[in-house]
Design a protein around this ligand. Structure first.
Ligand code: NAD
Ligand code: MG
Length: 395
């Protein structure tokens, strides 16, 4: 039965790494006594999706894979839970009336449903990066029209969101994004040339999905985060700094005009940022590791090396060129990443391919609508795929 004091929420991408952590936080903060889960979405892992939906009493469960509709329907037979599938199912999940939506679908597939949720005025807890990287202005405009809040979940942006003094916006001097440096922080380019996806996906501090883990190793994850920060906090590219901080204890910092720097710290556990996004503007008590400073003993910092990690330089190029360059960078990179995961190209090929595609599409302008975003995305992927094929032939 519906209890009016329960908060109605939806989790897009509930079966992923962020999604599972979100379901854990929901449980920790009261589960069915505190939350009415309207909709959950997943893709291939129907076992988990069905289990989650039954456990939290969701009204709708959606698989993004249209071919799995019957499979999911059978698993949820006689539960009373509605079932939908495919892109239209994702849109239905996002469109249902809830005050809060976790946007944790990976990649471009997460864009249309997040836009629908933003447009109807839900508060958006944003984990998906493409919403801002590929469609920054359009997505922010949709949030503006809807009137909901946009609460970042990416740990760096959650950190900045937590320490940014909105009344002193004029006093902000810089945003310092911390980067763990990934598994190849100290490796030479020669050493990196030979790595495989199996090595690259092991992150030293965070437990995450495969793609974002490899993107941390190449620092394309940080490249996307620079662009996310630019949109979220409306800062100039020159006000965005990256510092390598191997322990991942400081999640990011804001520097002010009086020299003061305010950092947000915590254990490297995404449930902290998720709980913040779910409770904002309040804080809620959750059971995650507390920092023990005496045991930590030290925090290290070093300048990022843009020669070994060209992704950071490419993010600056994308911001400088403006328009859809960031969407081009992101799409070409995803295509190259898939090829690297399939062992079709090497680790260092990824950045080279991205740079070639960015240069070839260097003059691309601003997006008027989502069609422009998807067209730029498609062209960038197509070009990247072509270069992948050429390199394979040459190898
Ligand atoms: P993941 O791969 O573990 O999970 C992704 C989710 O999206 C799953 O529920 C999956 O079923 C769903 N999905 C996959 N392909 C889909 C498709 N084509 N259509 C619809 N749904 C699909 O990824 P993750 O690590 O949970 O990351 C989710 C998003 O959050 C990504 O954009 C990532 O960059 C971002 N993010 C993740 C972390 C982290 O710690 N994992 C941190 C910061 C930001
Ligand atoms: Mg991050």
């Amino acid at each position: 039965m519906s209890q009016p004091d329960r908060r109605r929420i939806t989790v897009l991408g509930s079966t992923g790494s962020i999604g599972r952590n979100t379901m854990d936080v929901v449980k920790q903060l009261g589960g069915r006594d505190a939350f009415e889960v309207e909709a959950l979405t997943g893709h291939g892992n129907l076992d988990l999706l069905a289990r989650q939906a039954i456990e939290c009493g969701a009204r709708l469960a959606v698989t993004a894979d249209p071919a799995r509709y019957t499979d999911l329907k059978e698993r949820l037979a006689a539960t009373g839970i509605d079932v939908a599938a495919g892109p239209s199912g994702l849109i239905e999940a996002a469109g249902r009336d809830t005050g809060w939506v976790m946007a944790a679908i990976v990649g471009n597939a997460g864009l249309p449903p997040a836009l629908v949720a933003a447009e109807r005025g839900a508060d958006i807890a944003l984990a998906n990066k493409e919403c801002l990287v590929s469609a920054g202005r359009l997505f922010l405009a949709a949030v503006g029209r809807g009137g909901g809040r946009l609460i970042p979940v990416d740990s760096e942006h959650s950190a900045i969101f937590q320490v940014l003094d909105r009344d002193q916006r004029h006093a902000l001097e810089r945003i310092v994004l911390t980067a763990s440096g990934g598994p190849f922080r100290t490796w030479s380019r020669e050493e990196m040339a030979g790595v495989t996806a199996a090595t690259a996906r092991v992150h030293p501090n965070w437990s995450m999905g495969v793609k974002i883990s490899i993107d941390s190793a190449s620092m394309f994850n940080k490249a996307r985060e620079m662009i996310e920060a630019r949109h979220l906090f409306d800062v100039h590219p020159d006000e965005i700094e990256v510092v390598v901080h191997p322990q991942s204890i400081i999640h990011s910092m804001v520097g002010y005009c009086d020299g003061s720097v305010i950092a947000q710290m915590g254990a490297p556990d995404m449930r902290g940022a998720i709980a913040y996004a779910l409770s904002y503007p309040r804080r809620a008590s959750i059971d995650i590791e507390r920092l023990d400073f005496a045991r930590l003993a030290r925090l290290d910092f070093e300048a990022p090396d843009e020669v070994r990690f060209p992704a950071l330089r490419l993010a600056r190029v994308a911001m400088q060129r403006g328009g859809l360059q960031a969407a081009v960078m992101s799409a070409a990179q995803e295509q190259a990443l898939d090829a690297f995961i399939d062992d079709r190209i090497g680790f260092l090929d990824m950045a080279e391919i991205v740079e070639s595609v960015m240069d070839a599409m260097g003059g691309i302008g601003e997006a008027a609508d989502m069609e422009d975003v998807f067209a730029a995305d498609e062209e960038a992927r197509h070009r990247a795929a072509k270069i992948v094929a050429e390199r394979q032939k040459a190898a």
